[in-house]
Design a protein around this ligand. Sequence first.
Ligand SMILES: [Mg+2]
Length: 195
Amino acid sequence: MRIYLDVDDVLAETTRAIADHAAACFGRRVAFDDMDDFELERSLRLTPEQAAQLHRDIHADAFLDRLAPVDGAAECVRGLRADGADIAVVTGRPPRCRGLTERWLDRFGLAHDSLDLVDKYGRYEGEDVITLEAFEHQHFDVAVEDSIAMAEYLTVRGVRVLLFDRPWNRKAVLSSGAVRIDSWARVPALIDHGG
Ligand SMILES: [Mg+2]
């Protein structure tokens, strides 16, 4: 059993931290549940200048390094791995984030068999990153994602997707076979029983 796990907003509480940072920087808080657009600048209703600053800030090592893990993630991943699953962490973070992400996973006991930085959204053309085309030959049985675009990409390729419930994916109609989950507590049973 090979299991694909996304990092941001699946293993790490990234967007909650981004909302806090934006409130501190720009003095305007948008409730997490109102962040219903995958693009942060739209969700947070930022000016182009604010958006540029936010993107600089949230890709800084210090910001990513401080992210909290999602409740129950480490315990669940440990259990899956102890049961023999191959844990493949697949993030859309930029290539330079590899070392930092590896250290963060280790720090929170998120043991894994591989870490791939994949250009999920076509943001890093020309950089040392795996393209979606190059990634296509990889096999996964199950994936845990919060991105609708990636959930669709995986479903089309026969991967069973557990979509981690987040405000920006709530309007989506799930492809057949995909299951919406609101916590890590649901994952072991869904993987064991295919429910
Ligand atoms: Mg994500």
